[in-house]
Ligand binder design. Structure first.
Ligand code: GLN
Length: 478
């Protein structure tokens, strides 16, 4: 099959009968089979995807196909698809079948997308390398000794390696943008309150968002406008109408961009990434945009604030996995206490347990004010300072991550180093702001890395349009 950059190209070929949904699905199934060792898919819906492709081909012939017809998409294993397993890549939910569709899943199906499988991720979306999955790590298709990033590592590699056309990921602290950067694809974390989390396994509820991971800005726009918008099942959503992002990509206005000198001077930032950021700043100025340094004094508070608050929320969210309601129940338990302790001890992996303990600690009576309360105040300071910057600018530019994809195993024994790698992504989640990772560059080490753009609340159309402008006619993949 020829390489399709955008869904529009697929839809054109479908209209001209040069391909069919069945042949597209067959192609992806073959790719999945060939690239099985990358471990991106935890489950492939072979027959089901083919059956659905046949139905959608019939709809196309009848002129009745939905907006996303021809789209073959994978779902991160935290997004419910009725009748299918959703395990959060955890032993705790091994074999657990979703009893209803997540709103995002339902909207994809209503638009005639074809869901091809369930994608590996870090357990309960906690991690940045996909090494915390109970079902094995995922390999970066560009260099199989490297991680794909995480937690949406399976989603990233499935798109990177052409095993499906697009994927949904979730982003609590960078889990869409960082793997997008590590694999050379486009990823978007929407504004908090734009996309429903109904039916999505919760990690940290005041941070979590679902978003698209794609080869092109056009596809991200199409998918986002399909999944976004009010939902009676998620009260955190804004009630405003969703713009048709895909119709608003042509904007090529000059913009005002801020960057933080503290980021470019950060000791953890790879020298080549710094250089590319500096060159970009010059280029943007030469292109007539306003680009100015703005000091952001809270850089070093971002990661600690994020980890205090998200672990607190996770410890509460994950209390439901108690061996009683659903999920894993230890066969070794004889008493009620043992049902709880053994089920949780055996069902959760190491990182998840670490976070539950940390979260329980920061919420405990004696330490609540010192940690949780303080982190809430820090979050407010960070939010106010960020909004202050964005009151004068359209976007802040940042690297998506301080380095390119790191070596498998390199950080597994050092959780602090792993957490610190989230330094540039967590700001968008702490503040609820939207951000994208744009596949802009290739490092001399051969690996891709992305540019991150963060915008004002609900500025997705501007973010997407400017991403398009930046990528220009550049080929989609790095
Ligand atoms: N790496 C971050 C963490 O481990 C982000 C995870 C996420 O966005 N789900 O928390």
């Amino acid at each position: 099959m020829k390489h399709y950059h955008t869904l529009y190209e697929i839809q054109n070929d479908l209209a001209e009968k040069r391909v069919s949904c069945v042949s597209i699905v067959q192609h992806y199934l073959q790719q999945i089979e060939q690239k099985q060792h990358l471990n991106a898919f935890l489950e492939v819906y072979n027959q089901e995807a083919l059956d659905r492709a046949l139905q959608i081909d019939a709809k196309i012939a009848a002129g009745a196909a939905g907006k996303l017809h021809g789209l073959v998409i994978g779902l991160k294993d935290v997004i419910s698809y009725q009748g299918h397993i959703v395990s959060a890549s955890s032993k705790m939910l091994e074999g657990f079948k979703a009893i209803y569709n997540a709103t995002v899943t339902q909207r994809l199906l209503d638009a005639d997308a074809i869901i091809i499988g369930r994608l590996n991720c870090d357990e309960f979306a906690m991690g940045g390398s996909n090494e915390n999955s109970a079902y094995g790590n995922v390999l970066n298709a560009l260099d199989e000794t490297k991680v794909p990033g995480g937690s949406s590592g399976g989603s990233a590699v499935a798109v990177q390696a052409g095993m499906c056309h697009a994927a949904l990921g979730t982003d609590t602290g960078g889990s869409i943008r960082q793997p997008a950067s590590f694999t050379g694809i486009f990823g978007l974390k929407p504004t908090y309150g734009l996309v429903s989390r109904w039916g999505v396994v919760a990690y940290a509820s005041s941070f979590d968002q679902v978003g698209p991971m794609t080869n092109s800005v056009e596809d991200a726009a199409l998918i986002l406008e399909t999944i976004a918008g009010p939902d009676n099942y998620d009260s955190t959503l804004v009630q405003t109408e969703v713009p048709q992002y895909s119709q608003l990509l042509g904007n090529s206005e000059k913009v005002r961009i801020a960057y933080y000198p503290e980021v470019l001077q950060h000791e953890g930032l790879d020298a080549n990434i710094r250089k590319q950021m500096e060159l970009l700043i010059e280029q943007l100025r030469a292109d007539g945009h306003v680009v100015e340094p703005v000091s952001f004094p809270y850089l070093d508070f971002l990661v600690p604030t994020y980890y205090v608050l998200t672990t607190a929320e996770a410890s509460s969210n994950l209390s439901r996995y108690d061996g009683v309601h659903y999920g894993y129940r230890s066969p070794d338990a004889h008493t009620a206490d043992e049902v709880y302790t053994l089920s949780r001890t055996q069902g959760f992996g190491k990182e998840v347990k670490r976070r539950i303990m940390l979260g329980t600690f920061v919420l405990s009576a004696g330490y609540y004010d010192a940690y949780y309360g303080k982190a809430q105040k820090a979050r407010r300071l960070i939010r106010d300072a960020t909004l202050q910057v964005l009151s004068n600018f359209d976007f802040v530019i940042l690297p998506s991550a301080p380095t390119t994809a790191f070596t498998i195993g390199e950080k597994v024994t050092d959780p602090i180093a792993m957490y610190l790698a989230d330094i540039f992504t967590v700001q968008a989640n702490l503040t609820g702001l939207p951000a994208v990772s744009i596949p802009m560059w290739k490092h001399p080490n051969g690996l891709p890395f992305g540019l991150q753009l963060m915008g004002n609340k609900f500025s997705e159309s501007a973010l997407l349009a400017f991403s398009k402008q930046l990528l220009g006619n550049k080929s989609d993949k790095i």
